[in-house]
Design a protein around this ligand. Structure first.
Ligand code: GLN
Length: 492
């Protein structure tokens, strides 16, 4: 295997190479480190590289492989979004506020993936505190889209998406509060799954909006997403919102046919907001699924348009509460020589948080304040219920819902940075899924002028298995997920 074929292989392929001893985990890990060393200066997807510990973990994985006690992820490299607490490894949320934070423990997702034998290469860049859709607000600088270095990779898990797309790693973790796994997956041409709220523990994930946050896999293939989800899922005594439900065998169900499956097409997802070229790709993708025996049905999600306003009340409200702990006393950056307690709070928070994070705190605090609570927060909760009910009604007529993951392909760096509302619209097709707590998958559906676009599939609560089955079927009959960027240039 050449270096390139190693780092662009899927975890499933690599796993069989490791088992037959065609490659070792140390060789594979070294190959990833070499690619990162060469390409990361241009992409800036990785903000912490754990070279030494990764090689030590790889050696341990090789031992398990030789002893025959290896699982399907043993020895597979991965990168964690820098929102997951990693023991003894800096966890910054891409913020000055947490620049010096070295967690004493691993997030449950991290410890579960460790237990599964993965090798942690390091941490990926993101929008500060996961607020954004472009990975431009990081204190470590912007991440660039490997398909066109002048474009954004999407966000907030843009570092992970760019890293998988650029061949740095077969596996990445992301978090998705309103679209942060699916939108960057779409813009970078990879597979990204946001599981049902409660499927994956949030313990040790730096909180943004606790009723919406969920962690999930970012991979090249649906097959790999199933493997990762298996390892990440399940109840956790440390997170009372994690669901005490049996975790199905996600990989085992992948090959079942999709004939007779009803795919709901919401007309609201194909309105004038959607780039026509993206719409064409989505329709082509749906044609493929019809060839495989699926049936398309028209459905309505009438409150789609209200999703944005609802989300941008609820998410900032929860964020303003979650971020109150960073006060320079209990947690986070502390200003120099404060003159008073108020001065300490004000300057620590003004210096530690970037502009978008401060905007969210202001909006959230306003929406929760005594005089405005009923008009904003309570109203938003009521509309959230209507959005959930839209999905429930739709799922009486279909088994999955399909549409675009983002309204267009990747946009140029800086194009939306001065216009928060334009940036918020990036998530118009994803955030109602979080408001309803449902699972959503984005898979590559082809290129538009050389840039990837994603097909989004939305499932019933805790029915990730159906999403994965449809996504895998799509990847069996198309090769969009094999397209890879020539760094900064045309596709191969
Ligand atoms: N872009 C959305 C926001 O800025 C979603 C972010 C996310 O999913 N973490 O809030």
């Amino acid at each position: 295997m050449t270096l390139e074929s190693l780092t662009y292989a899927s975890a499933t392929e690599l796993s069989s190479g490791l088992r037959t001893a065609e490659i070792s985990a140390v060789e594979l890990t070294q190959a990833c480190i070499d690619v990162i060393a060469k390409q990361n200066p241009a992409v800036n997807a990785v903000i912490t590289l754990c070279q030494e510990s990764a090689l030590t973990e790889a050696k341990a994985a090789d031992l398990r492989l030789r002893e025959g006690s290896a699982g399907p992820l043993t020895g597979i490299p991965l990168l964690h979004k820098d929102i997951f607490c990693t023991r003894n490894v800096a966890t910054t949320c891409a913020s000055k506020m947490l620049a010096n934070f070295i967690p004493p423990y691993d997030a449950t997702v991290v410890s579960r993936l460790r237990a599964a034998g993965t090798v942690m290469l390091g941490k990926t860049n993101m929008d500060e505190f996961a607020m954004g859709s472009s990975t431009e607000t990081s204190v470590f600088g912007v991440t660039r889209n490997p398909w066109d270095l002048n474009c954004v990779p999407g966000g907030s898990s843009g570092g992970a998406a760019a890293a998988v797309a650029a061949g740095f790693t077969p596996l990445g973790t992301g978090t998705d509060t309103g679209g942060s796994i699916r939108q960057p997956a779409s813009l970078c041409g990879i597979t990204g799954l946001k599981p049902t709220y409660g499927r994956v523990s949030r313990l040790g994930i730096i909180a943004f909006a606790s009723s919406l946050d969920q962690a999930g896999p970012m991979t090249r293939t649906v097959e790999d997403a199933a493997l990762m989800l298996q390892a990440m899922s399940g109840v956790d005594a440390g997170d009372s919102t994690s669901a005490d439900l049996e975790v199905p065998d996600f990989s085992g169900g992948l090959n079942q046919p999709i004939s007779g499956l009803r795919i709901g097409i919401p007309k609201e997802y194909f309105s004038q907001n959607l780039d026509q070229r993206v719409a064409d790709k989505i329709h082509q993708a749906l044609d493929e699924l019809v060839k495989e025996g699926a049936e398309l049905v028209d459905i309505d999600l009438p409150h789609t348009e209200q999703g944005i306003a609802t989300y941008y009340i609820i998410a900032p409200a929860e964020a303003s509460t979650n971020l109150s702990r960073y006060d320079g006393v209990r947690f986070g950056h502390r200003c120099e020589s404060p003159l008073s307690l108020t001065d300490l709070y004000e300057r620590s928070r003004s210096e530690g948080f970037g502009e978008e994070v401060q905007r969210r705190i202001l909006v959230g605090t306003y929406a929760l304040s005594a005089g405005f609570y009923d008009a904003y927060f309570k109203k938003a909760q009521q509309v959230r219920r209507l959005i959930s009910e839209d999905f429930q009604k739709a799922f009486e007529h279909c088994d999955v819902i399909a549409g675009p993951a983002a309204p267009g392909p990747a946009f140029p760096l800086g194009a939306k940075s001065d216009d928060p509302l334009a940036m918020y619209l990036e998530d118009v097709y994803t955030l109602s899924v979080n408001l309803a707590g449902l699972p959503g998958l984005s898979i590559p559906a082809g290129l538009v002028d050389g840039m990837p676009v994603g097909l989004q599939l939305i499932g019933r609560s805790f029915d990730e298995a159906t999403l994965l089955r449809v996504g895998h079927r799509f990847q069996l009959c198309t090769d969009h997920h094999h397209a890879k960027p020539v760094l900064g240039g045309a596709s191969q």
